[in-house]
Design a protein around this ligand. Sequence first.
Ligand code: SAH
Length: 395
Amino acid sequence: MNAPVKTLDLSFGIWPSTDSLVSLVGLTRAQLRSALVRHGLVEEQKARMRAEQLWRWIYHYGVTEFDAMTNVSRDLRRQLETRFTLARPEIIERRVSEDGARKYLIRMGAGIEVETVFIPAVAKSGALCVSSQVGCTLNCTFCHTGTQPLVRNLTAAEIVSQVMIVRDDLGEWPTSNENRQITNIVYMGMGEPLYNLDHVSDSIDVISDHEGIGVGRRRITVSSAGVAPKIPQLGARTKAMLAISLHATRDSLRDELVPLNRKYPIAKLMDAIRAYPGLSNSKRVTFEYVMLKGINDSLAEARDLVKLLRDIPSKINLIPFNPWPGSAYQCSDWDQIEAFAEVVNRAGYASPIRTPRGRDILAACGQLKSESRKIRASARHALKHAAEAAVQDGG
Ligand code: SAH
């Protein structure tokens, strides 16, 4: 007898890769409820209670198997197992820096790999830096990720699973409010989060939920190169903290460093930032400024920077440039960074120099890059046809 024809969808690579099982990780509470109802596992009236029960197992206890859910009947556990999964994507590589930073290479599906970096405690807070896209479209000239073409957006499940995996590795289950290692989440890994706002927003709903991972919205920062029209939307939908990769104070230079500036020049960007909901002295925008030797590090530029931000509640983060293989820039001299910081400090911004972490394992800002390649649509179709033909021929 012929084996049934199986279609291999090579265009996808979305985690989880088992095509018949849907991941429950990364669904918002509402999505979780409707998934249970849609699959006929609970009646509408009982969906809320069931979803709450599952939510706690998934995000408070971090379980990876339905069998661990001891207050769910055996019968329902079996049914859940046949339709859903709680499995994590695979860690391909894990490297620990001399300074304790950890970089994870995570495979979401065939050819879809992203990096996630954990930066352990500075004072009392440890930050997890997550990726929102595989590759990037922005081509900022000083950024390593910019040399990798966009492969695709990550789903909310794939963003949330980065947090779950690192929590597994750090032994941070069940969720506790005491002695947490991951206190903050920053969307500063690969990709431009505002080009993937739906999934970023859903992932923040999940991560910030108090009955789960519980990293509050004030401790979640989304960094953008400046997709102006999406900036107020980000605030309205997520209430997260905003960071902007500024890097230059005049358009001619910013056009070169951050090509997106040609579309949304500085004045437009600043207007969008002023429209970010809820800004105040206790909710400030972080401006990131990479220190490039002889390019943007003069004291005149430091003064321009302070002037530019005068009417916006802001913090400034000076990032010493992190070199990567083939990069065309050098990091500013330390004396120059300090002199620049001094101008910024005098204007009332506290200690703005960010110490590079994880440089030795290429885990620092702007050094992330995976080997994922986009397969052209035409090549994908050809592969798909070849795979289908092979299955039919061989059957
Ligand atoms: N696309 C978003 C998210 C990436 S965040 C954004 O641009 O904000 C990564 C941060 O690291 C950004 O501020 C980026 O400008 C900065 N960065 C990129 N390459 C760098 C490098 N080589 N050295 C230091 N910082 C870098």
